[in-house]
Design a protein around this ligand. Structure first.
Ligand code: AOF
Ligand code: ZN
Length: 362
């Protein structure tokens, strides 16, 4: 059984891990706290970017730099220590070499290449225990875990709407339905995502820039436009050099007006492009989490494809009474076929309400 001190250390490790959100992809976020033999926290670290040191190694360095001895101590890690030599060496071996007596981790590493660290540690005589704060650690690494287990990026669909569920007015205007607080929160979601996806209709209506404003020092998400017929204008703001941009078009689209633009050709599906093919292409490019920003038709296609893992709705206390709904046709014809969600969070943002929900298992 883990001790209260170890649980506190794990909470700290989870907070450290979260600092890596948005910059470790395609790797997980991982945090580590080292306790000495007397249970005092003497080192900590987190994985900052793919290719960089793993959390355990960075924590071991911080303890060594401060002159602390971790022999006979405990390593508390949010993910099972890796067992492989990838871009860096195996953390299980680093912990064995450092002489820790115990390792407590939250969730197992499901990747075939890296798994097995717990067994290696135990075989070396180290008291090894998994599962401490596993739910919190799973939630903190949900994008990476989902992408490893499903082979496609984790998809978060975000929309803004009035209390009566309209995402635009009857004349098409949609700017500033929600408050400045809600819009700032969306920039945080963008900063945490590897890619942001919009449809060509949204691009035509709003000419969005899609960068994470206020987060210029973090890695900007790849901007993806689903543009079946290649209607994007060469001067569109999304094509500036603030962040990379990928335009997904149909196999037969004419893209001669877009020289130098990164374009991927995908099969058609219904009136748009195949969502599965788009997500497979993004996964191939290292994208592990996606923020889907609309519009309604594209969101409908993602829901129809079973490719929405989480919904974040920003509801403004306003009524429009007419205008498009946030979600377009998702192939759901009757109420018994509704995609049922469970609410995981409700937060007030200025005058608005942010509701986070995820499909319930079926
Ligand atoms: C750990 N601690 O901090 C991380 C781990 O890209 P590489 O070669 O460094 O290896 C990445 C893989 O290592 C990643 O897919 C995951 O399985 C594990 N990540 N493991 O013990 C860490 N970032
Ligand atoms: Zn490692």
């Amino acid at each position: 059984m883990a001790t209260a001190t170890e649980a506190d250390a794990m909470r700290r490790a989870l907070a450290l891990a979260a600092r890596g959100l948005g910059s470790t992809s395609p790797n997980p976020v991982v945090g580590c706290v080292l306790l000495d033999a007397r249970g005092r926290a003497v080192g900590e670290g987190w994985h900052q970017r793919a290719g960089g040191p793993h959390a355990e190694v960075s924590a071991l360095c911080s303890a060594a730099e401060a002159g602390h001895d971790v022999r006979g101590g405990t390593a508390v890690v949010t993910l099972e220590p890796c067992n492989h030599t990838g871009r860096t060496g195996p953390c299980a071996q680093a912990l064995i070499a450092a002489g820790v007596g115990r390792v407590v981790y939250a969730v197992a590493d499901p990747t075939p290449a890296a798994t097995g660290g717990a067994a290696t540690l135990a075989a070396a005589g180290i008291d090894t225990e998994g599962g401490l704060l596993a739910d919190e650690a799973t939630a903190g690494n949900i994008a990476w875990l989902t992408s490893v287990l499903s082979g496609r990026p984790y998809v978060l669909w975000k929309y803004a709407a009035t209390l009566d569920g309209r995402s635009a007015a009857a004349d098409g205007s949609s700017r500033w339905i929600t408050s400045a607080e809600s819009r700032a929160d969306v920039h945080r979601l963008r900063a945490e995502a590897d890619a942001v996806i919009v449809g060509a209709g949204t691009l035509r209506a709003d000419d969005p820039h899609l960068a994470a404003r206020g987060w210029e020092d973090v890695s900007q998400p790849l901007r993806v436009v689903v543009d079946t017929h290649a209607t994007v204008r060469p001067g569109a703001r999304v094509l500036d050099d603030a962040a990379p941009t990928l335009i997904a078009v149909g196999e037969d689209a004419d893209t001669t007006h877009l020289p130098g633009v990164d374009i991927v050709r995908l099969p058609h599906e219904g009136t748009g492009l195949a969502v599965d093919a788009l997500l497979a292409e993004l996964h191939r490019r290292g994208v592990r989490s996606v923020l889907l920003e609309g519009g309604p038709a594209l969101a409908g296609a993602f829901v129809a494809a079973g490719a929405v893992d989480r919904v974040v709705g920003y509801l403004a206390p306003a009524l429009l009474g007419a205008g498009p709904a946030a979600l377009g046709d998702a192939g759901i014809a009757t109420v018994t076929a509704a995609l049922r969600l469970g609410i995981t969070d409700v937060t007030r943002l200025g005058p608005d309400l942010r509701i986070t929900a995820a499909p319930t298992a079926h």
